[in-house]
Design a binder for this molecule. Structure first.
Ligand code: AMP
Length: 117
């Protein structure tokens, strides 16, 4: 569902808020997390804010979810070893704070404590 006010990630897509963008195509943008939890911590974000979480995205546009995963792999290979942890927080009690679906790509040595794990 699209809310009345654009999400913070939509505002990054629109260049209204600065971000360190590392990938962009027609449907996806990726940028460095402002509060990194690992040596490489990138957010891979579908540009549409039609989906709040990964389950909605999987049901509504599975090809776009597959594209998010492919971009995660590409960025982990470009910025790190190619090995990565992919996290989708879904719901406030799971730690989600931005309700515009996004994947956290964590790479480099992952220490316990990254995103609460
Ligand atoms: P989540 O808690 O899973 O919803 O993830 C939201 C993530 O967005 C957090 O890891 C924040 O650090 C990150 N974040 C919030 N605002 C920005 C921003 N302006 N630029 C980059 N990352 C951001």
């Amino acid at each position: 569902m699209t809310s009345a006010t654009p999400s913070i990630f939509t505002r990054i897509v629109a260049r209204e808020i600065p971000a360190e963008i590392v990938f962009e195509n027609e449907r996806i943008i990726a940028f460095k997390d402002i509060a990194p939890q690992a040596p490489v911590h990138v957010l891979v974000v579908p540009k549409t804010e039609a989906y709040e979480n990964v389950a909605q995205l999987a049901a509504g546009d599975p090809a776009l979810l597959a594209e998010v995963v492919a971009v995660a792999q590409q960025l982990a290979s470009e910025h790190s070893t190619g090995e990565f942890r992919l996290v989708f927080n879904s719901g406030p009690s799971a730690g989600q704070t931005v309700f515009h679906v996004h994947a956290h790509v964590l790479s480099g040595p992952i220490t316990e404590g990254s995103l609460g794990f």
